[in-house]
Design a protein around this ligand. Structure first.
Ligand code: CA
Ligand code: CA
Length: 102
């Protein structure tokens, strides 16, 4: 006879992986970096405000437009309105500090 406890254990084991997958986990540095790189749509090696906006939307920001503006102000060291490769590291850290989850 199957005991209820065993049954519950079996069910738990079957559903646990799916549950784990669904639980939000923070983005890793590598994932965020890859995301920003992949969102350089026109491939000029810099991220414009529009490209940043798309990136923050993907990250899960509900205020992607605002966030893109803030990120530019915060990270754009030479003030050209774009995030270059040299500035990308700061941008990644900035995004990580926001604590977005996958
Ligand atoms: Ca670009
Ligand atoms: Ca810049």
């Amino acid at each position: 006879m199957v005991r209820v406890v065993d049954l519950v254990d079996t069910i738990k084991q079957e559903f646990a992986p799916a549950a784990n997958k669904k639980a939000p986990v923070p983005w890793t540095k590598e994932q965020v970096r890859d995301l920003f790189k992949s969102l350089d749509k026109n491939g000029n090696g810099k991220l414009s405000k529009e490209e940043l906006k798309a990136a923050f939307r993907t990250l899960g920001s509900r205020w992607s437009s605002y966030r893109a503006r803030r990120a530019l102000r915060h990270v754009d060291a030479n003030g050209d309105g774009f995030i270059s490769n040299e500035e990308l590291n700061d941008l990644v850290n900035y995004a990580l500090e926001r604590g977005y989850k996958l």
